[in-house]
Design a protein around this ligand. Structure first.
Ligand code: HEM
Length: 418
């Protein structure tokens, strides 16, 4: 952006008051040309419904912020009042039950959208050059999302809130075996004391309120990075000319809305017919530091990572493996260096990709089972496959896999199919 003075717009004498207001605003802040850019933004003409998950995730984030804001008006972040304040929202506040269920189910739906979004990116090689920064910001968003969801789950101060917070924060004490006292110092800082208690609830509430706005900022950067090179597409072949593209509006606005329709049907079904289906019934028991639940289970969206944590008997190694399972995504563009982006033209990659999805889903199942016997053995096998996929299989495929011939262009591929 340059600082050279801009000439004010010259309007015809018969310009309407609306045109004058628009010109006045545009001269000071070019929001209308930004909106116009979005509408005219050229997009590959062959994007499938899988490309709707980004917008769906954006809507899910807005829903979380709006419902969260209204919940905060009646919630009390005090350990003796928090549980009751949530029950007060459910029973006494007008439509409080709806706000709470939309927020709780919304967290799950947000993860559904983001997991589909990531899986799409992994299959079509959307992380490859020149979209590495876009991918990185996606991973940072994912990490902050997970932190936000974890903090939010503590707020109702039920048994699972309390014990989930205790188990997960305690993981940091594993760092004591690297530097003596370091882990304990981190845990004490997180707790604001020597156990999960009122100061913990207070700081978790503040951070849970703050982080969604950090997410909004990160999503803006994510989208700026997206608009630099534009979307990847199911062929993985770059856009060559105008014939490969269509304007975002109205084509993808309407397609995204069709995606929203299906998403909201499932969302509404869960909110109105099975609002507690994805939650744990123990969280309707007020937190009790003297009674540990039989099984401490995190929400479903953390289960694959929880299973990796428990697959390894050593605490520090388990914690490191769990964090690495996400952080490894940062170096993915340099592990999968195959020239062909899209999995569609890579017969071997395809097989290993679906095995990867199977291993993550199985880890999700195993994370909810007791950490014993066959469950632990299976978790180890799946965790081993998870890391091998990134560290061994993808680098080897990058070297040796022979891809099927690519279409000349997006337009060519489109013509063949329609
Ligand atoms: C709050 C969460 C997120 C929102 C709102 C969001 C939003 C979007 C939107 C609107 C798009 C363009 C439409 C599309 O391609 O689906 C996009 C593209 C993309 N996002 Fe995200 N995103 C989020 C999280 C993530 C995460 C967690 C990752 C990866 C770890 C990621 C990686 C990507 C990539 C690689 C693209 C380009 C895809 C392509 O062009 O094929 N995003 N994102």
């Amino acid at each position: 952006m340059s600082n050279t003075p801009k000439t004010p717009p010259v309007l015809p004498d018969n310009a309407s008051p609306v045109q004058r207001v628009i010109a006045w605003i545009e001269y000071r802040l070019p929001i209308f040309s930004i909106m116009k850019h979005q509408g005219e933004y050229r997009t590959p003409k062959n994007l499938s419904y899988l490309w709707s998950f980004g917008s769906i995730a954006g809507i899910a984030l807005v829903i979380q912020i709006v419902t969260g804001l209204f919940l905060s008006m009646n919630y009390t972040p005090q350990k003796d009042l928090a549980f009751d304040s949530v029950e007060h929202i459910m029973r006494d506040v007008r439509y409080g039950w709806l706000l709470r269920y939309v927020h709780a189910v919304g967290a799950s739906m947000f993860f559904v959208a983001v997991y589909a979004h990531i899986a799409r990116g992994l299959y079509y090689g959307s992380y490859k050059k020149p979209r590495e920064m876009l991918w990185w910001f996606g991973i940072i968003i994912f990490l902050i999302m997970m932190a936000t969801a974890f903090l939010g789950y503590v707020l109702p101060w039920g048994q699972m809130s309390y014990w989930g917070a205790t188990v997960i924060t305690n993981l940091f004490s594993a760092f004591d075996s690297i530097i003596n006292g370091l882990g304990t110092a981190i845990v004490t800082l997180l707790w604001g004391g020597y156990s999960v208690d009122n100061p913990t609830l207070n700081r978790f509430y503040s951070l849970h309120f703050l982080l969604p706005f950090v997410l909004v900022g990160l999503v803006v950067v994510h989208l700026v990075a997206l608009h630099i090179h534009g979307s990847n597409n199911p062929t993985g072949v770059d856009v060559k000319d105008e014939k490969d593209t269509i304007p975002f509006h109205p084509y993808y606005t309407i397609k995204d809305f069709a995606g929203f329709g299906v998403f909201f049907l499932i969302f509404a079904y869960l909110v109105f017919f099975a609002p507690n289906y994805l939650g744990h019934s123990d969280n309707y028991i007020p937190a009790n530091p003297l009674v540990t639940p039989a099984h401490i289970v995190p929400e479903w969206y953390f289960l694959p990572f929880y299973a990796i944590l428990r697959a390894i008997p050593d605490k520090l190694a388990g914690v490191l493996a769990m964090f690495s399972s996400i952080l490894i995504l940062f170096v993915l563009p340099w592990l999968d260096t195959h020239k062909v982006k899209s999995g569609r033209y890579r017969p071997l990659f395809k097989k290993f990709y679906w095995l990867f999805i199977l291993s993550v889903t199985t880890l999700g199942y195993l994370g909810a089972q007791p950490a014993e016997g066959i469950y632990v053995i299976l978790s180890r096998i799946c965790a081993l496959y998870y890391f091998s996929y990134f560290l061994v299989i993808l680098p080897l495929l990058s070297k040796f896999e022979k891809a099927r011939p690519l279409p000349e262009s997006i337009a060519e591929d489109y013509r063949r199919k329609h």
